[in-house]
Write a protein that binds this ligand. Structure first.
Ligand code: FUB
Length: 352
């Protein structure tokens, strides 16, 4: 049963005198699949990374809101980030408190959505999408000496950035790339001409027979604060080498992209949004093109699905969310489970 987040936080703060709290997972045996990693706050969109031998999770922090639900996701009205960490999968999960607050981002308007993080040269970088004061999603970056923050936001958004769901991947040669984008509420369709169309579609381009809108990728500069190039399309092809089409809702990119590398191959995984699959495609370069391979995870409970994939101590894990605790779309909870690969590197589809 969900406990109202505010009440739980206040009680915990009283108990320990700070928001730096350790939350143990339920000791009940898991009857059917993994349990939420934490239940004192609602969390979603978990971007997991291993820094210094520990797992750090950079999730969205879902909160109750009076803003009515719409196709643009106004009801995802998040205002801060909490970072979680664990020494081991299945072990104690620590909530490190507020790492970045909307009010401390000078250019931000509303809706702090799915973040990601990276490390380079002694600094940690928190990448986040938020609507600016004109209600256009942009990507921001904030820095810290610690993986758990607090993070200080740069005074302006990343130039040339737009839409949502940043996922930063550092290749084996040390170059880092940001994958980003999301249609519908993520506004990617409003950028299809290269300029923002304030009165553009609220969903997609409605061009079912044309190539689907693509996620974007841009290499990051050495200081990790700007793009080193104009963003390029992350093209996903079918096995015949043709681009997936806009009408192919079961397979085309919607939001929540993630990149990982396995045995020299690049795996781009993503959400199909309104059909609720996590799908994946593979390629031989971080820029693609990628060939669609199949479903990584069948739909979870709740409208959204969003994940990350990370290797830890020789095993591969998927972090994802569902709405087990609340039963409500904008109040989600993060989970983790091990991934199983076939000998050729493909995934055994997970049915949550
Ligand atoms: O959390 C808000 C949005 O919902 C994310 O940016 C999307 O990926 C979806 O999970």
């Amino acid at each position: 049963m969900p406990v109202p987040a505010k009440t739980t936080l206040a009680a915990l703060a009283l108990l320990v005198g700070s928001f730096h709290v350790a939350i143990c997972q339920s000791k009940k045996p898991a009857a059917a699949g993994p349990k939420p990693l934490v239940s004192h706050i609602y969390t979603a969109d978990p971007s997991a990374h291993v820094f210094n031998g520990k797992i750090y999770i950079y999730p969205s922090h879902d909160v109750e809101t009076s803003v009515p639900e719409d196709d643009e996701g106004a009801h995802f009205n998040m205002r801060d980030y909490h970072i979680l960490s664990m020494d081991n999968i299945g072990g104690k999960v620590t909530d490190h408190g507020v790492a970045l607050d909307l009010k401390d981002i000078p250019w931000a308007g509303r809706q702090l959505w799915a973040p990601d993080a990276a490390y380079k040269n002694g600094r940690y970088y928190l990448y986040f999408p938020v609507k600016d004061k004109q209600d256009v999603f942009r990507m921001g970056v904030a820095t810290s000496k610690s993986p758990t923050g607090p993070f200080k936001a740069e005074p302006k958004p990343i130039p040339g950035s737009y839409s949502i769901d940043p996922a930063v991947f550092t290749d084996t040669d040390g170059k880092s790339y940001m994958y980003f984008g999301g249609i519908w509420g993520g506004q990617l369709q409003r950028w299809h001409t290269g300029k923002y169309e304030a009165n553009g579609s609220k969903t997609d381009l409605k061009k079912d027979k044309e190539p689907a809108l693509s996620a974007k990728v841009a290499r990051l500069s050495n200081n990790m604060l700007t793009f080193d190039e104009a963003a390029k399309d992350v093209v996903i092809l079918d096995k015949a080498g043709k681009p997936l089409l806009g009408g192919d809702h079961d397979r085309r990119f919607f939001e929540g992209g993630w990149m990982h590398k396995y045995k020299g191959k690049y795996y781009f995984s993503y959400s199909t949004g309104d059909t609720h699959f996590l799908a994946y495609a593979t390629g031989t370069s971080p820029y693609g093109p990628f060939t669609y391979q199949g479903v990584l995870m069948n739909p979870v409970t709740g409208w959204t699905t969003h994940h990350s994939i990370v290797e830890f101590k020789g095993k591969w894990y998927i972090f994802y969310h569902d709405v087990e605790l609340s039963g409500k779309t904008p109040l989600r909870n993060v989970k983790v489970r091990e991934l199983t690969r076939n000998p050729d590197g493909s995934f055994v589809t997970i049915t949550p």
